[in-house]
Design a protein around this ligand. Structure first.
Ligand SMILES: [Zn+2]
Length: 167
């Protein structure tokens, strides 16, 4: 028999509510966290529209483990792609990347891999935000083009942190 999500009441089976992104039950190991993040992104990829995707991205859990955080950042950068995703999805993904970067920063003292991940993520995020703000102030509707650039930058960042982990 299926359980119910404690946040929204949807029927749930795995580690993540596929409606709101909340964690189901307890997550006690990095392996379980990694499974939860993977399941979250399966739910995101199966979401029926932009609003449903953005809700999952916003409601998804932030892991505690460094390596899972870096994986979560990598996965979230893929949701910035404007060719595949419309307005709410990339903005929710951006907020999620910011939240992951904040959490990595807590781990950074004494952890070089986390520190490098934070440095790169935050540098690219601030460049991205500044560019979007400039365009919006100028009344430029071509923020789409900036998102394309940001996707390339953030994908490069994610790839870099990934290499740090696996290299
Ligand atoms: Zn739920």
């Amino acid at each position: 028999m299926a359980d119910r999500c404690q946040s929204c009441g949807s029927e749930v089976r795995g580690r993540i509510c596929h409606f709101c992104g909340s964690v189901v039950g307890r997550i006690e190991t990095p392996e379980a966290e990694a499974e939860a993040i993977q399941e979250l992104h399966v739910a995101i990829s199966e979401a029926r529209d932009d609003q449903a995707r953005a809700r999952l991205i916003s409601g998804g859990p932030l892991p505690d483990d460094r390596d899972v955080l870096l994986d979560a950042a990598l996965r979230a950068t893929q949701l910035l792609d404007p060719k595949n995703y419309s307005y709410e999805t990339p903005h929710a993904a951006l907020r999620r990347i910011e939240a992951v970067a904040s959490k990595l920063r807590v781990l950074a003292p004494g952890d070089d891999v986390a520190q490098r991940g934070v440095n790169e993520l935050e540098k690219r995020l601030s460049e991205f935000q500044a560019a979007v703000a400039r365009e919006e102030q100028a009344g430029n509707k071509a923020v789409f083009g900036i998102l394309v650039v940001a996707v390339a930058l953030l994908a490069a960042v994610a790839y870099g942190t990934w290499r740090l982990l696996t290299g």
